[in-house]
Design a protein around this ligand. Structure first.
Ligand code: PLP
Length: 390
């Protein structure tokens, strides 16, 4: 597709890519054990540690999408019969439970009273504490930091803190596919054991890389497991030596890495680190506040998350106004050069749409990605017959 006909990709990932990231992919065939590539891969692993603020967390970067990052974590950590608590704020919580069960976990779910809310940390703490008191502690708790189906932000820091107090042996795992490098997360300070993410969202790189970072105590749990890992491509026994080799700038092969995507990810990560992660988080906060104010105050629309404190900064989920349907709005937006995403949660799918604002789209405000999106939204809604009440 020519870039002239390119429409702004304002969905909650993949996001718009920087030309330097794309340039890094337009490179000649390169061996995955080429010394230059080994250096690049090593820098990616070191850079990821800085993105999630960990000294000794172990990153793994493997070809695949975000969903593979779940397999990559779950199949290595979970043994049949392990109890896992899933904090559910939308569809990705449902799917996480499904994934855990595939590997034999016994799942309990905590959720808020209705979609658009998030369970509070103390409620989660009580469930963990009760299980620990009964002598049946949870092996792991999973939290979707931003559930992309609802735009709900979970209180990862609060939940991780109560989890450490209520059930110290429980591993704290975060699905950060729609949040890493957009929402604050400090792995060591917050006591996070497992982060699962992917290349195509706030890391600003095309889709195709599954990424996890795990704590040393998670690796210990894996080393001490009683049963064999059910998995071949995703087995840490295959990948850990490879990741260690790249960091030590040595060649080692298990399965061919996506060479050009790794080159692109190095650029994406470097752009974030050059800016500084706190500045990156701040840019997402600012862009999100500005965009949401336009949606609610200027357009008079309602957000799916019920309160500001549970609204993601990486994306916005918005109800269609009365009388406007997906088919009235989304094609018009596309005509005005902006692609957004429809609803995803099956309970509400026809009633809302979603806009992503992460990575380049907020880090380079002078490119006017969000301004163009706001203009297109206002115009398309007017064309669909909607008038904001004065
Ligand atoms: C929160 C969350 N988790 C997991 C996934 C799955 O990632 P992928 O589609 O890259 O497999 C997504 C995808 O959007 C997501 O938003």
């Amino acid at each position: 597709m020519s870039t002239e006909s390119h429409k702004l990709c304002m969905i909650p990932g993949p996001v718009e890519f920087h030309e330097d990231v794309l340039g890094a992919m337009s490179t000649p065939a390169t061996s995955h054990v080429d010394p230059g590539f080994i250096q690049t891969f090593g820098e990616v692993l070191e850079g990821l540690r800085r993105v999630v603020a960990t000294k000794d967390g172990q990153p793994f970067v493997v070809s695949g999408s975000g969903t593979l990052s779940w397999d990559l974590a779950v199949c290595n950590i979970i043994e049949a019969g392990d109890r896992v608590l899933v904090v559910n704020t939308g569809l990705f919580g449902d799917r996480m439970a499904e994934c855990l069960e595939v590997f034999g976990a016994v799942v309990t779910t905590v959720r808020a009273d209705r979609l658009g809310q998030a369970p509070n940390a103390s409620a989660v703490g009580e469930v963990l504490a009760a299980a620990a008191r009964e002598g049946r502690p949870y092996k792991m708790i999973t939290i979707t930091q931003v559930d992309t189906s609802t735009g709900v932000l979970a209180d990862v820091k609060g939940i991780a803190t109560v989890a450490r107090n209520a059930s110290p042996g429980t591993l704290v795992a975060v699905d950060g596919v729609c949040s890493i490098a957009a929402e604050e997360l400090y792995m060591d300070d917050w006591g996070i054991d497992v982060i699962m993410t992917a290349s195509q969202k706030a890391l600003g790189t095309p889709p195709g890389l599954a990424i996890i970072v795990v704590s040393q105590r998670t690796l210990d749990a894996w080393r001490n497991r009683k049963s064999k890992v059910v998995g071949y491509f995703a087995a840490w026994s295959k990948w850990l030596p490879v990741m260690q080799a790249y960091e030590e700038r040595r060649p080692l092969y298990f399965a061919t890495p996506a060479v050009q995507l790794i080159m692109a990810l190095r650029v994406g990560i470097q752009q974030l680190l050059d800016r500084g992660m706190d500045a990156v988080f701040q840019a997402h906060h600012q862009a999100s506040a500005d965009f949401k104010a336009y949606i609610t105050d200027s357009l008079g629309l309602t957000l799916l998350p019920v309160t500001d404190d549970v609204a993601a900064h990486s994306m916005t989920a918005i109800y269609y106004p009365e009388g406007v349907k997906a088919s009235d709005l989304l094609p018009r937006l596309t005509e005005h050069g902006v692609v957004v995403a429809g609803g995803l949660h099956p309970d509400l799918a026809t009633r809302y749409f979603r806009v992503g604002h992460m990575g380049l789209t907020v880090l380079e405000p002078q490119r006017r990605y969000l301004e163009t999106t706001k203009d297109a939204l206002g115009t398309s809604l007017a064309e669909a017959g909607y008038k904001p009440s004065a």
